[in-house]
Design a protein around this ligand. Structure first.
Ligand code: DGJ
Length: 686
């Protein structure tokens, strides 16, 4: 064989390798973290088995009968694809405005060819010198003379040389996003997918795979329908395939046309903390816009849970004034300021102020800024109410199917962003609000899913249009802090984070139920990206009571805000919040940008400063879990001071925090309701 057959890219401390077999049809990828040369033995060729051979990407039309990664209807209608390795090619990045990882340090491109059907399949891998993460995307090029249909395109396929792995997926619904489910997969196919037009609250695109010696985290830089399949069979190997969901996908490619997949990412490490830290560095340094990637984020006060739609100009100003007194830095005016909106039945699309409610926005913003606060405002630009001037003038802007009654979710319809006139309208509406108010912050909401699908390309085109719109607005207003929101955290994905550096994690602000949502989100997204707010007690969603301290201790796992009516707080509560914010500001850099370790056997985290010399521990105990509290990340040879007690790193990691430090006996009576949180600061002894 005279072709080069081993290719590799570098990550922080591993090589990601591709080996092409002599027949050029087969190949495989593997991680080499000892920099030794690993050559995998050939598999037994059993004709009736599913994973017969090692292909880099699996198709229909070979002797592999597992879930295909790539599915093409050829010009003659056949569905069989046989790609052989053609040549190494120059790396081609995904083009703006489609989101993709930035600052890649190691890259490769490999071209495969289906000679019969005249199709190229290009595969691009990239590595990063500051984290163990591999990014991968693919491209299909029709170089024949006839139209083909692309039915499925993978972003990444990876085969593991082991079975009995644990596949974790993160599922839920509104206000209960990203609950973790660990499945031990001895055999069979598991699918994690969204079909509602967005990355969804139902099934996050992030998944986690645990093997004998490594933990892998996978994600897709995409905000639409996604699909991850995890399969294991009698060959004792396992396979993951990640990409745009093929269920509502059918992309025609005329002669000469091509289609590029979104980018998928794979992070890996020796345990979950290691995998997570790699993911955090990746998101922070390669996804988040440079304007915000290392910048401190303001403590915000948002009026939503404090007033809902029931406010006027004076109320807003009073709330802002009280927020400022407690140390708030940004005041956000949420839903209800526009059109004639006093509930959720009207006005989406009428993005001009309700003069009876809050007067003109320009002077309102000026008055709030004059208090020494930044000003932020809510908008839901992708939506339209039927009771709106916009709908009366342009019913054709709504996403409906002729002759079919549309589903109304939260009494609203989606705008058909694929239409250029709708894109123009959205860009102008958001720009206009920013020009009038000079807002420092926008909360961009999205409160329903897409039900009316126009074609096999439509949902993907919707996402492409959304990215065009977001990119245009951000280029016009690069210094405005955008927070993504989708009825809480229904669109918490790396596509949104590419444009908006933070996302509202969930509408669930009850600390007891929010802990699990944050814990899962933190596995793939760094603290600065997670909007986490203290709200009133009893909680509006669960009606559960909790102490202000517990609510604060849970909110500081991410990006701190308050979501309540500051005017209704008692003097004691205001004093407590003032102290909380002042403490937070002195630890903000560590809390937003430090190095996180999740606790080994409880919810909570240890967050170290970048130099690892000081930090914060937050422990979240549920009253049915009375474990000792083992920490991670402390150096076994060093000593640390907690609450004036000196303790060795060895003891902290192995035995846990002694109760004398916690000042806590771990008895049920000590839990405020069914939660007890403990916050501690520590420093390393010189
Ligand atoms: C859903 C969001 O998640 C809430 O925070 C709030 O902004 C409402 N929408 C407003 O309608």
């Amino acid at each position: 064989m005279d072709i080069k057959n081993l290719f590799s890219i570098k990550t922080k401390n591993a090589l990601f390798c591709i080996k092409i077999n002599e027949d050029r049809l087969q190949g495989y990828s593997f991680i080499n973290n000892n920099h030794r040369n690993i050559i995998l033995p050939p598999l037994h060729n059993i004709d009736v088995s599913a994973f017969n051979n090692r292909y880099l990407f699996h198709t229909i039309g070979t002797d592999d009968f597992g879930e295909p990664a790539l599915l093409i209807q050829n010009s003659d209608g056949s569905l069989s694809s046989r790609f052989e390795f053609d040549q190494e090619i120059t790396f081609e990045d995904i083009l703006d405005p489609f989101p993709h990882s930035k600052n890649k340090s190691s890259q490769m491109g490999l071209r495969f060819i289906d000679r019969r059907n005249k199709i190229y399949f290009d595969v691009f891998y990239a590595g990063f010198d500051d984290c163990n993460v591999v990014a991968c995307h693919t491209k299909i090029i029709n170089f024949g003379n006839e139209k083909i249909n692309l039915l499925k395109i993978p972003s990444l396929e990876f085969n593991f040389e082991e079975n009995n792995m644990i596949f974790s997926h993160f599922d839920g619904r509104w206000a209960q996003e990203r609950h973790r489910f660990d499945e031990s997969v001895e055999s069979g196919l598991l699918v994690n997918q969204s079909l509602c037009g967005s990355s969804s609250a139902d099934h996050s695109p992030f998944t986690l795979v645990k093997g004998k010696n490594m933990v892998y985290g996978f994600n897709l830089i995409y905000s639409g329908n996604h699909k991850t399949s995890f399969e294991c069979n009698s060959t004792e190997r396992s396979r993951i395939i990640i990409g745009i969901n093929n269920t509502l996908f059918n992309y025609p490619l005329e002669a000469g046309e091509s289609f590029t997949s979104p980018e998928a990412v794979m992070s890996f490490g020796k345990d979950e903390n290691d995998m997570m830290q790699n993911m955090h560095v990746f998101v922070q340094n390669h996804i988040i816009r440079k304007e915000f990637s290392k910048v401190s984020r303001p403590v915000l006060f948002n009026n939503w849970e404090g007033t809902y739609f029931n406010f006027d100009r004076q109320k807003v100003l009073d709330m802002a004034q009280e927020s400022k007194k407690m140390g708030g830095e940004l005041f956000v005016l949420d839903d209800g300021w526009f059109g004639h909106r006093n509930d959720d039945t009207s006005s989406l699309g009428d993005w001009y102020p309700n003069m009876n409610k809050c007067g003109d926005l320009s002077s309102l913003s000026d008055e709030i800024k004059a208090l020494g606060l930044k000003f932020g405002i809510w908008i839901e630009p992708e939506m339209i109410s039927e009771d709106s001037d916009l709908y009366r003038q342009h019913p054709d802007y709504a996403l409906v199917i002729d002759g079919q009654e549309p589903f109304r979710h939260r009494n609203q319809l989606t705008l058909n962003l694929v239409k250029p006139e709708v894109q123009k309208f959205v860009i102008e509406s958001v720009s206009n609000i920013l020009n009038i108010t000079h807002a420092d912050y926008i909360k961009w909401d999205y409160n329903r899913n897409i039900t009316d699908v126009l074609s096999g390309t439509h949902l993907h085109e919707y996402i492409c249009s959304l990215y065009e719109i977001m990119a245009t607005i951000i280029n016009k207003f690069p210094d405005v802090l955008f927070e993504g929101c989708a009825a809480g955290g229904s669109r918490f994905d790396l596509g949104i984070l590419y444009f908006f550096p933070q996302i509202w994690t969930s509408d669930n602000t009850d600390p007891r139920t929010r802990i699990e949502i944050q814990d899962s989100t933190l596995l793939f997204s760094p603290p600065s990206t997670m909007g986490c707010h203290v709200s009133k007690s009893p909680n509006a969603f669960t009606e559960r009571t909790s102490s202000l301290e517990d609510r604060f201790n849970v909110a500081i796992e991410g990006n701190l805000g308050y979501e309540l009516d500051p005017c209704s707080l008692s003097t004691k509560e205001k004093e407590e919040i003032k102290k909380q914010i002042s403490w937070y500001k002195s630890y903000r850099d560590i809390l937003l940008y430090g190095i996180t370790y999740r606790l080994q056997n409880n919810y909570g985290f240890v967050r170290f400063s970048k130099d690892h010399k000081r930090g914060v521990v937050c422990i979240y105990l549920m009253n049915d879990k009375l474990f000792s509290i083992k920490l991670s990340g402390f150096s076994s040879r060093k000593f640390y001071v907690f609450n004036n007690y000196k303790i060795s790193g060895y003891e902290l990691n192995k035995k846990g925090l002694p109760y004398k430090i916690l000042k806590f006996n771990n008895k049920a009576s000590e839990y405020s309701t069914n939660i007890k949180t403990i916050r501690l600061e520590f420093v390393e002894l010189e």
